[in-house]
Design a protein around this ligand. Structure first.
Ligand code: 13P
Length: 256
């Protein structure tokens, strides 16, 4: 399995800035064989960047999309409109869940729509600080995982990526903390155990599970060597070209 390094740019960079970043990154990047490099710019930048991107070197992800293909849904962009423009879409990010009120039902519909439109969904799951402190982590992870995958058929389940992002470890959060590799390992094990119960051993083993939350060049190597972690979902550090490039080199080193 490849190692997935995904940069989530969130609401940063206008189209010009995104294009310049992409240009510089592509120039710097070798052709990684075992590392899948993905960036997720704002929706407005996706179309122009899709014409600029060298898909042999890297891929584009959307940060969000709506599950209906067309209709009276003011302000939305559908997966069908993004088909051919992006290869991936981040779904159920905690910022969508807690700022925009997306629940597991909405997340499930988006997962189904992504797969139907040949866009690989990256399902984000993770507990808040208070859920963790009340000992609810396992329940939250299970609920978000099963809830989010509910509308994905068994035959499509191998087209899905999972990202474990503990909300308390996301750098933009209040008093963000750093998750220890052991804490990550424990939850990733739980994710795979839950997948095994529902979909069997093969699915559980083969599903890529990424980690996200305050990842930077000094901790990327430690997270990438956590058993069961197949990649990283990076916010803040992905906005700094040199840091993102350093993380990619670390990923390549860990693989070899
Ligand atoms: P940070 O890397 O800035 O903590 O963000 C993580 C994240 O939310 C990526 O989706």
């Amino acid at each position: 399995m490849k190692t997935f390094i995904v940069g989530n740019w969130k609401l940063n960079f206008n189209v010009g800035e995104a294009s310049i970043y992409l240009h510089k990154l592509q120039k710097k990047l070798p052709n990684y064989r075992d590392v899948e490099v993905v960036v997720a710019p704002s929706t407005i930048a996706l179309q122009p960047l899709s014409l600029q991107i060298d898909r042999h070197k890297m891929k584009l992800a959307a940060q969000n999309a709506f599950y209906r293909d067309y209709g009276a849904f003011t302000g939305e962009t559908s997966f069908s409109q993004l088909r051919g423009v992006v290869d991936y879409c981040i779904i159920g990010h905690s910022e969508r869940r807690y700022i925009f009120g997306e629940d597991d039902k909405m997340v499930a519909k988006k997962m189904e729509a992504a797969v139907r439109n040949k866009i690989t969904p990256i399902l984000c799951i993770g507990e808040t600080e208070s859920e963790r402190s009340f000992g609810e982590t396992a329940d939250v992870i299970r609920d978000q995982l099963l809830g989010g995958l509910r509308d994905v058929s068994e035959e499509d389940i191998d087209k899905v990526l999972i990202a474990y992002e503990p909300v308390w470890a996301i750098s933009s959060g209040k008093n963000a903390k750093i998750a220890s590799p052991d804490e990550v390992a424990e939850v990733v094990k739980l994710i795979r155990k839950t997948l095994e119960e529902i979909y069997g051993e093969k699915v559980a083993e083969n599903m890529p599970v990424l980690f996200g939350g305050s990842v930077n060049p000094s901790n990327a190597g430690a997270y990438l060597t956590v058993p069961g972690v197949n990649g990283l979902l990076i916010g803040g550090a992905s906005l700094i070209l040199s840091e993102f490039a350093d993380i990619l080199e670390i990923a390549k080193r860990v693989r070899s």
